[in-house]
Design a protein around this ligand. Structure first.
Ligand code: AMP
Ligand code: MG
Length: 420
């Protein structure tokens, strides 16, 4: 059995960022670019009408409130192009998004047509009022936003929606990024039934499966749900072998000291090297951690979490969270849940031999926070955790921490699928 801090440090030292590779643009959203993105086109790619109206040659028209008359030479909807040169005294009926035809340099909005909409199409004539025929008016000039060959997104930049749009405009179907971390989830236990079953006497719903999949997703990683394996070596081994193809394998159940706790020996037979088993921690003492190293490809990080749901989740937050964050290439400040100091609003009892984590509700502003311990029956009680804002972390020592005492609180994180 090792100390919690040492166990966390071992996880941090064992995990390495996954190597970046080309990933589909959309799969890279929420991640950082590993290589810059360059433009393969100018933006706009040509002089583009920004209003519905008439493309004209501005030269020769007086500024001010005059009215000028034009022959409409051609109609141009978005997507239409023409090589027709628009002469002085002529114009093109043009829609937003179409390229300006040769000979023109500005767009007079449709609202400037004096005689309404009749005759405004090719072959007709149009009289335009308020002829502020300024060169470039209502035109987005070619290359005004960026030029072909320009670096648009630098390596290291996080890809949000705008960045994905920009990369798409630049023709990047794929970008270099750390791929999404793939986390295989396996629940072990002959008593387990799926969530849609009504458990018979002696059976337990597999709540860890959805719970851990949710925790994985909230970190922006991919959850590969393997399902349930009964407590039989062949059953567990086959599914562990499958799970070892992922970047991380998180198994729950079967790691404590009972007769049927087969998992550590199966890991050993699958070539997974044990880094630690059992940590001074409550809940979560039986947690198992190891790594499958391969000569040519990245290692698979392996966790055996205790089966009791609350223990499982506490261990996920303390050990699996940093592992996923490190593999995803996130910066150190994003590896762990944030912590704060808070004053207890009621008594909380520490464990004699190991640090204890207790669900609490938080009140008050930062700096003056109060932590109210929630009713909680221990490692199988998810109700206490579900309403909690955080976990009070009490050091070993067995003493009762009274109301008013300051304690450490690990803040629960309900939406962390963000960049870091
Ligand atoms: P174990 O760690 O296998 O000894 O399991 C400890 C307790 O957690 C037992 O009461 C199990 O029935 C329960 N348990 C194990 N796995 C799960 C699971 N996937 N979902 C809900 N409870 C579980
Ligand atoms: Mg079990």
């Amino acid at each position: 059995m090792i100390d919690l801090a040492e166990a966390v440090a071992l996880v941090e030292r064992t995990c390495l960022p996954l190597p970046p590779r080309l990933v589909r643009l959309l799969d890279a959203c929420g991640r950082r670019l590993a290589a810059p993105v360059f433009a393969d086109v100018d933006s706009p790619p040509w002089d583009r009408a920004m209003m519905d109206g008439f493309a004209v040659r501005s030269a020769g028209y007086p500024p001010g409130d005059s009215i000028a008359e034009f022959d409409v030479a051609v109609d141009l909807a978005a997507g239409d192009v023409t090589t027709l040169e628009i002469a002085a005294g002529a114009c093109a009926r043009i829609m937003t998004g179409a390229p300006l035809p040769p000979g023109t340099d500005s767009v007079v909005p449709v609202e400037a047509a004096v005689d309404g909409t009749a005759g405004m199409h090719a072959g007709g004539r149009v009289r335009l009022r308020d002829g502020r025929f300024r060169a470039g008016q209502h035109v987005a000039r070619q290359g005004a936003a960026f030029r072909r060959g320009q670096e648009l997104l630098a390596a290291g930049m996080p890809l949000g929606a705008a960045e994905v749009g920009l990369a798409a405009e630049a023709g990047a179907t794929h970008v270099m990024a750390v791929p999404r971390v793939r986390v295989a989830l396996l629940s072990t236990g002959s008593e387990l039934v799926s969530v849609d079953a009504v458990p018979a006497f002696g059976q337990t719903r597999n709540s860890n499966g959805p719970m851990l999949a949710a925790a994985v997703r909230l970190l922006g990683a991919e959850a590969i749900v393997l399902g349930i394996a009964a407590d039989r070596p062949e059953a567990i081994r086959a599914m562990v072998a499958q799970g070892l193809a992922a970047d991380v394998l998180v198994l729950s159940g079967g790691v404590s000291a009972g007769d049927l706790d087969l998992v550590p020996s199966i890991f050993a037979r699958c070539g997974v090297e044990q880094v630690f088993h059992k940590v001074r921690l409550k809940p979560g003492k039986p947690v198992w951690f190891g790594v499958l190293r391969r000569p040519e490809s990245p290692a698979t990080i392996v966790f055996g979490l205790p089966g009791n749901p609350a223990s499982s989740l506490v261990c996920f937050e303390l050990f699996v969270r940093p592992a996923i964050a490190i593999l995803a290439g996130r910066t150190r400040d994003a590896w762990h849940l944030p912590r704060c100091r808070a004053r207890l609003s009621g008594a909380a009892k520490a464990a004699a031999d190991r640090p204890v984590y207790l669900p609490c509700r938080l009140r008050g502003p930062a700096g003056g926070r109060e932590a109210e311990p929630l009713p909680w029956s221990g490692s199988s009680d998810l109700l206490g955790l579900a309403g909690a804002d955080g976990l009070i972390a009490l050091p070993a020592g067995g003493r009762v921490h009274e109301a008013g005492e300051e304690v450490d609180v690990v803040l629960r994180d309900t939406a962390t699928a963000v960049i870091g």
